[in-house]
Design a protein around this ligand. Structure first.
Ligand SMILES: C[S@@+](CC[C@H](N)C(=O)[O-])C[C@H]1O[C@@H](n2cnc3c(N)ncnc32)[C@H](O)[C@@H]1O
Length: 314
C-alpha cells in the first residue's frame, strides 16, 4: 500500500464518524507498505496490509476474500485482462470502451480520483493521466493482486483461455504515459467506501451498479465521498438486472409497475437531478452516450455489452 494512501482512508465500519486509521508498518519497500495493518482509532478494528494490498472490507464482506469462484476465478481473470488490455495487444476484436470512458477526464482539474469496481485496473491507469492521485478498488483480491502487479511491473503477461484448460500467453509492455507513483489499488466494498466525505474530485462507477446488492446505497456512498463542488461522476451500466445479484425489490429500472417502470438511464437522470436526495448537491448531466464494450470468456464465447454512460458534474 502506497504510504500516501493512509491520509485518504477512513474505517469502513465507522462510515459516519469517519474515523481515521493508524498505520503500523512491518515491512516496506521505499514508498510501499508490504506487510502491516491499519487500525481504527474509534472502533479498534484492524485491517491487514498483505503482500502490498490493503484490505479494507467491513466484517460482513470478508467471506468474498476466500471465494474462489465468481470474480476471483481463473476464467474471470483471463476475461477481464482481455477486456481491459486487448487494444494494447493489438487484437482486432478489441473495443475502445476504456478510451471512451476516460475521454471525459480531458478537462478535469487534476484532483483525486476513485475507480469503484476497478477490476484489473485499465480505467484507473487511464485516470492517472489527468488526476494527481488515483485509487482503484474492488472486492476481488485476484483482480487487485493483478492490478498491483501490472502497476509494479509496467508489463502485462497472462494466460488467455482458448477453451477449458487450453491457454495462450499474451504479453505487452506498458509505455503509454501512465503515472504509476500516484496510483494504488485496494480491496474495498462499494457499499462501505473507506474514505471520508468530500475526498474525490472524480468518482467512477462503471458496470458495477447492477452487481451490488443495494444499488441505492452504492449511489449514496458515491455522493458522500464526491466533493460538493468542482466534481465529476462517471457512471456507466448496462442495467442487466439479475435476481442472482439483487433482489428485484431493489432494481432501479426495468420493472413493469411503480416508479422504476422505466429504463435505467431515465432513473439515473432523475437521481442525478436530486430525486430522493441521493445526490446533494445534485449533478448536471453533461454527457449521455452508449458505450460498446466486450468481455471475452473463451475463443467461442463473448459478451457484447451496451453500457449506458452518464457523466454528471456539480
Ligand atoms: C462487471 S465488472 C466491471 C469491472 C470494471 N469496472 C469494468 O467496467 O471493466 C464488476 C466489478 O465490480 C466488482 N465488484 C462487485 N461487487 C463489488 C462490491 N460490492 N464492491 C466493489 N467491487 C465490487 C467485481 O469484482 C468486478 O470487478
Amino acid at each position: 500500500m502506497k504510504k500516501w494512501l493512509q491520509n485518504k482512508l477512513s474505517c469502513p465500519e465507522c462510515l459516519y464518524t469517519e474515523s481515521r486509521l493508524e498505520l503500523e508498518i512491518q515491512t516496506e519497500q521505499s514508498d510501499d507498505v508490504i506487510e502491516g495493518q491499519l487500525t481504527c482509532a474509534t472502533c479498534g478494528r484492524s485491517y491487514p496490509i498483505q503482500r502490498g494490498i490493503a484490505i479494507l472490507l467491513p466484517e460482513k464482506s470478508l467471506p468474498i476474500l476466500t471465494e474462489s469462484r465468481g470474480y476471483n476465478s481463473r476464467g474471470m481473470l483471463s476475461s477481464y485482462l482481455w477486456s481491459h488490455y486487448s487494444d494494447l495487444l493489438h487484437d482486432p476484436d478489441a473495443t475502445d470502451a476504456y478510451k471512451v470512458w476516460s475521454s471525459c477526464f480531458r478537462n478535469t482539474d487534476g484532483g483525486c480520483a476513485l475507480d469503484i469496481g476497478c477490476s484489473v485496473g485499465r480505467l484507473s491507469f487511464e485516470m492517472t493521466r489527468t488526476h494527481k492521485q488515483v485509487i482503484g478498488m474492488d472486492t476481488s483480491i485476484s483482480f487487485i493482486r493483478k492490478a498491483r502487479e501490472l502497476m509494479n511491473r509496467k508489463h502485462l503477461e497472462f494466460d488467455m483461455i482458448i477453451e477449458g484448460m487450453m491457454t495462450k500467453k499474451q504479453s505487452c509492455v506498458f509505455d503509454n504515459g501512465w503515472n504509476y507513483r500516484n496510483l494504488d489499488f485496494i480491496v474495498a466494498d462499494a457499499l462501505a467506501l473507506p474514505f471520508p466525505q468530500n475526498t474525490f474530485s472524480t468518482v467512477a462507477s462503471v458496470n458495477i451498479l447492477e452487481k451490488v446488492p443495494d444499488p441505492m446505497l452504492h449511489l449514496l456512498g458515491v455522493n458522500r465521498v464526491l466533493n460538493d463542488r468542482n466534481a465529476m461522476f462517471l457512471f456507466s451500466d448496462p442495467f442487466s438486472w439479475d435476481e442472482a445479484f439483487i433482489d428485484p425489490e431493489r432494481w432501479l429500472s426495468g420493472k413493469t409497475e411503480g416508479r422504476y417502470a422505466c429504463r435505467g438511464t431515465e432513473t439515473m437522470i432523475r437521481i442525478f437531478s436530486g430525486e430522493d436526495g441521493i445526490f446533494d448537491p445534485p449533478l448536471n448531466v453533461i454527457t449521455k452516450q452508449d458505450v460498446s464494450w466486450k468481455i471475452r470468456k473463451t475463443e467461442n464465447l463473448w459478451e457484447h455489452i451496451h453500457s449506458q454512460m452518464l457523466i454528471g458534474k456539480r
